[in-house]
Write a protein that binds this ligand. Structure first.
Ligand code: C5P
Length: 222
């Protein structure tokens, strides 16, 4: 029996991260935050002043990435070149750079095995853009979360405000729409629901309601 995987894909700001972490905790399964891997490469690009247009150099950097995840209660400590980088990875600059390096096929290929290695007993919740379409194609349960862009901008605004960061909703909305566009129109592994994905529109749902729906699907499909 293969180790079961639940894939949670969707655009930025849809609550995938929170939902996936809670789901993994509830099931007692491992968690793959694949965005953190792309963000780590992005941070490496920014720190080492690599050229985001040099595809061969980026693929090399992706292969050589010294990245590890250490369990730490609910969340993982993310170490890049031995340094904890959790806070740096969350910055808008890092997310933005991640979505610039993510379209490169050789980069995605170089990061594939690293992601597959997370499939360990008793199970895995995999959060990203192409978990159900590329990385874990035969997962028994694939979920695709959506929410309208205004709602996602509002949620992001609230999150940032709690952290003391003051940004305009209008600017967040513009960034979200730009990132959505880049992620869904790229040639390689674009952001689209897998054919067999269960699409949940979370615009009017609380995290608990979303979780309840997914737990229900887990009961049926896993
Ligand atoms: O999910 P998160 O916002 O951390 O992802 C940052 C960026 O990394 C996304 O906008 C996307 O371009 C890229 N990404 C990806 N494939 C994944 C996860 C993230 O291309 N599986």
């Amino acid at each position: 029996q293969p180790v079961p995987v639940v894939t949670i894909d969707g655009p930025s700001g849809v609550g995938k991260g929170t939902t996936s972490a809670l789901l993994a905790a509830r099931l007692g399964w491992h968690l793959l935050d694949s965005g953190a891997i792309y963000r780590s490469l992005a941070l490496k690009v920014m720190n080492d002043d690599l050229d985001p247009a040099n595809e061969a150099q980026l693929a090399e950097a992706a292969k050589a990435l010294r990245l590890s995840f250490q369990a730490d209660g609910q969340h993982a400590r993310i170490l890049l070149d031995g340094q904890q980088v959790n806070d740096q990875l969350r910055s808008e600059a890092c997310g933005d750079m991640a979505s610039q390096v993510a379209p490169i096929a050789a980069v995605r290929q170089a990061l594939l095995q690293r992601q597959k290695a997370f499939q360990q007993p008793p199970g895995l919740v995999a959060d990203g853009r192409d978990m159900g379409t590329v990385v874990f194609k035969s997962a028994p349960l694939k979920v695709f979360l959506t929410a309208n862009a205004e709602e996602r901008a509002k949620r992001r605004h609230k999150q940032l405000k709690e952290k003391g960061v003051d940004v305009k909703i209008r600017d967040l909305l513009r960034d979200i729409e730009a990132r959505d566009h880049r992620d869904s129109t790229r040639k390689v592994a674009p952001l689209v629901p897998a054919m067999d994905a269960h699409v949940i529109d979370t615009s009017d749902l609380s995290i608990e309601e979303v979780l309840a729906q997914i737990m229900n699907l887990v009961g049926q499909h896993v």
